[in-house]
Design a protein around this ligand. Structure first.
Ligand code: NAP
Length: 417
């Protein structure tokens, strides 16, 4: 990967750079050594004569399959060892996670976060009992200073879409007091990582970039599941994320990047002049900040989510034509008053399920999906015209049939003439 260190970046000073470069070089070479160790093992496990094209050609000699299966098992063991090492790295530095907004979704994610670290929650309503039932600490939202005094590594904002901006606004003054406290303590990472889980992403991203102090890193996420679809676990469920700002640097987003870097977006970004940088090039605080993001993302990975790096912009375009339209259809069918019948088909059972799962979410959430995704209105208009188109087709067909009927001779006399 090309990198350019001549372009000034916003956060670390040159003196920071010099002070940390020795540590950084050691950390980098250690990392490289580990990576090359795994590659060596991997290469050793792959047949030197194999070029990966096994179709066609001569039949494999007897015994070949057994040998391949053995190698397959070796690779599986190697992968399992890497996974174990990864898990112990996560467990060796458990995160202290604050959840702001302990409603339906906040409770759902806090339960899982607890497996990986300490959880402190805050909300407008009093959730003391639910929190103590789950074994997490509850602090009232009116006392954000004591929420922040818990030395949180990460704050996950899980309030409604509609209240998100005012929530972030209210968070800023106590956050600034917390930053001063951390500064006096001499913390390497200057502020907590702020994560949102909103179902609309451009609004969340812009609000956080506009309002949060630059000392706070920003991670935009959207778990594409909730308390219903994720009640049996998170395996294979999509988790969309955008590493938005790390150590004061706003990162270029995956789908805005040159194609050759898209595979490696966690390691690189492009500045305004089009120069590519490694996020690790500047300071130890950058590495620490990135490590904290990775530890948080690992929770979702370990739970089996399908991790999808994607820009907020692209997320919103996709979500309007997938998630929003699902909620829209559920609401429309729900307001039609559909109910089970004694002769339900499987298809109709799915329709009722859709109505049930979409109306279980608050109407506020549905309104937020509409109001704060600029693509949602287009989706409604397209749906309306698609409905008209389908109804028109039915009418056309009916008219054609009618015409055909009128053209058909009806009595024998007309046939004879
Ligand atoms: P929601 O109705 O969107 O949000 C409820 C939460 O917002 C509660 O914690 C509530 O606090 C808080 N809240 C509402 N108005 C507030 C205000 N004026 N000031 C402070 N807090 C306020 O329902 P939700 O399902 O829990 O969703 C929460 C977030 O998760 C949303 O941003 C949503 O987009 C996202 N999300 C939800 C799902 C899902 O399946 N439900 C999936 C992915 C992402 P109190 O309860 O204390 O009043």
């Amino acid at each position: 990967m090309a990198s350019c260190s001549s372009v000034a970046l916003s956060s670390p000073s040159p003196s920071d750079h010099n002070r940390n470069s020795n540590n950084m070089n050691t950390a980098r070479s250690h990392k490289r050594a580990k990576v090359s160790h795994y590659y060596t093992e991997l290469h050793a496990s792959i047949s030197p004569d194999s070029n990966g094209t096994s179709s066609g050609g001569e039949a494999a000699p007897a015994g070949k399959l057994e040998e391949l299966k053995q190698r397959e098992a070796e690779l599986a063991n190697l992968l399992a060892a890497v996974r174990r090492e990864k898990l112990s790295a996560i467990q060796s530095r458990p995160l202290k996670i604050g959840v702001l907004g302990f409603g339906r979704f906040g409770q759902f994610i806090a339960r899982t976060f607890q497996k990986y670290g300490t959880v402190v929650v805050t909300s407008r309503s009093d959730y003391t009992e639910i929190a103590s039932g789950m074994g997490v600490t509850y602090v009232p939202l009116s006392n954000l200073d004591s929420f922040l005094a818990q030395d949180l590594d990460v704050i996950v904002v899980a309030t409604s879409i509609l209240s998100f901006e005012s929530t972030i606004q209210d968070l800023v003054p106590p956050l600034e007091r917390d930053l001063n406290r951390r500064k006096q303590k001499g913390d390497l990472v200057k502020g907590p990582l702020i994560v949102d889980v909103l179902s609309v992403k451009e609004h969340a991203r812009q609000t956080m970039l506009n309002l949060l102090p630059t000392e706070c890193d920003i991670l935009c996420t959207h778990p594409m599941f909730g308390p219903d679809s994720g009640k049996h676990g998170w395996h294979n469920l999509n988790f969309v994320f955008e590493k938005t700002r790390i150590d004061g640097v706003v990162l270029e987003q995956p789908d805005d990047m040159p194609a050759e870097l898209q595979q490696d977006n966690s390691e690189a970004f492009v500045d305004n002049a089009g120069q590519v940088h490694s996020v690790h090039e500047d300071s130890e605080s950058h590495v620490e900040a990135m490590d904290r993001v990775e530890r948080f993302l690992s929770i979702w990975e370990e739970e089996g989510c399908r991790m999808v790096p994607m820009s907020a912009k692209r997320h919103d375009a996709h979500a309007a034509n997938s998630q929003f339209i699902t909620h829209l259809m559920g609401r429309i069918l729900g307001s039609q008053g559909l109910a089970p019948t004694p002769i339900d088909t499987k298809g109709f059972e799915s329709v009722l399920k859709l109505v049930g799962s979409t109306t279980a979410d608050s109407f506020e959430l549905f309104y937020g999906l509409y109001k704060f995704n600029q693509n949602s209105l287009d989706t409604i208009l397209q749906l309306r015209s698609a409905m008209d188109e389908v109804v028109d087709k039915l009418k056309e067909k009916e008219d054609e049939e009618e015409e055909r009927k009128n053209d058909t001779p009806t009595d024998m006399s007309s046939v004879a003439s």
